[in-house]
Design a protein around this ligand. Sequence first.
Ligand code: GCB
Length: 604
Amino acid sequence: GALTGAVAATEPLAHAQAPGAAPAPALIGALPNRSRVSLDGRWKLILDPFDVSGRKPGPRRNFWEDRPTTDDGPLVEYEWASSDEIAVPGDWNTQAPELFHYEGPAYYRRDVEGPPADGRRRFLVFEAVNYRSRVWLNGEPIAEHEGGFTPFEVEVTDRLRPGANSLVVRADSRHGPETLPALDFDWKNYGGVTRSVWLVDTPATFVRDAFVRLEHGRILADIVVDGPDAGGAPVRLDLPDLDVGAEAVAGSDGRVRLSLAAPPGLRLWSPETPVLNTVSIAAGGDRWIDRIGFRTLETRGREILLNGRPRFLKGVAMHEERLGTEGGRVTTESEARALLTQVKALGCDFVRLAHYPHGETTVRLADELGLIAWAEIPVYWEDVAYDSAATLALARTMTAEMIVRDRNRCSVGFWSVANETPQTPERLAFLRTVISDVRALDATRLVTAALNKNVDVGGVRDGETRLIVADDLGRDLDVVAMNQYEGWYGRRTPGEIRQVSFGTTWEKPLLMSEFGADALHGHHGPRESRWTEAHQAWLFEETLEALAASGIFAGVTPWLLKDFRSPRRWHGRFQRGWNRKGVIDETGRRKLAFDTLRRFYGTS
Ligand code: GCB
């Protein structure tokens, strides 16, 4: 049976490839428009908190073998049929109180139906499993994957038997020194099969994927046909809404580029006019269909230009955590829409999807709602093993998975490769490799990273501190971005923010990718008092004023839309395991800073 994308447990890891080439994960594109069966629903669950079966496998506890249990036969110390159930998709932490703090391996099981119809192929697709996963079909290992937020797939055409097949997935949410993120990060580590699982059927030869975009006045489509008849297959591209099309013959590797002059009637996508066009690609009896927007995004000096026009990006950052008292990962379109609706209510045209790739559903909604998106990989803080070859390989694979999944989403304007990372030679080399992959995979987005400020670089004027982005990584980026927390962390009060001036040594657009302060919704008091809504609103006012006065920023994404769960926020009166920097609380109630920000966006 052919294995694609995900790694066969018995083969060397996909990471072990030529260092020069960007990883090219096999991912079936245009997923929502495929012939597919959902494997979402109730799965069986077995927890193994000591990882006994992982470390000391044996017939009594090899859950993936899915042994029949008879009370008069050999001892087996598990029984799938009588085990608990869990909803997929969904993090386990918010599904049962006793799982709230669980970090470790958990095994999931369900039946899947038999082989596809004759001559068809069937793929098992996981949209995300946090953090490390292994997959067995009828007791055989078929895939492994590392990384909690990107998809992977495996072909199961020749592995399925008629009737019911046993599918077992191990999800291990533990992090370590070489994972991404590493051991310390400021969000809840929601474990499990957190996004949807699919069986996707295709013809033997099919359009695996295409990258369709507007570049230099032309619509380009890089197409990959897969299957026995891929080489030399006739390929046809159609944009029926625009009444244009083109055809060509695939090369011997099944690849072909089709190129069309952008038709005069083409309406460009923008936040004001989020126009999506139907794109259809036919080859080998298959049809790939997607809805795609066309726009240009470039920089000129310190400006960011959308469709040739400079704009100040009015943004906000968010985690992909659902609204509600429990938190938990977003699993449905309506949960994703509820968050983005709040973003729109602020008057934003820009959203930072922090700090890891959000679900495909969220990114597709950004296309539809007219939000420019910043997408990022969880290369986060100084804890990452920048000197580890394994971690670099992981970052490269993760980046490629994110880009291959989302590069047809016109909303995505920025690929961000890092957040608050140390200015060391190891990290610079690490990120340069990732950036060269990004550029090889997609030349139509701006590359950025959320950087730390360098205080006082280039001299201090009296009574004033200059916060400068002077990071060497700036050379490799299209847009530099600064996280700064003047008035919250550090010695200044919000009233002293005006003593600070901002800048960068790079002649490139600068974003303020974070600023913020914690406030508990409904906690009122003088603005000088931390944790009050007034204090947060005051900090917003002062920061936004300083930002506007500086005249140097091309956009801003305050930290952040909604309060979110974080195990490193301990204050018993105000935090209790929540980072309180949201402009809305966990249930969506607005704090004063919501209006401060909305007013700023309404007038800027
Ligand atoms: C940061 C991080 C963000 C944190 C935030 C905070 O600099 O990038 O992930 O949540 O600060 O609240 O401290």
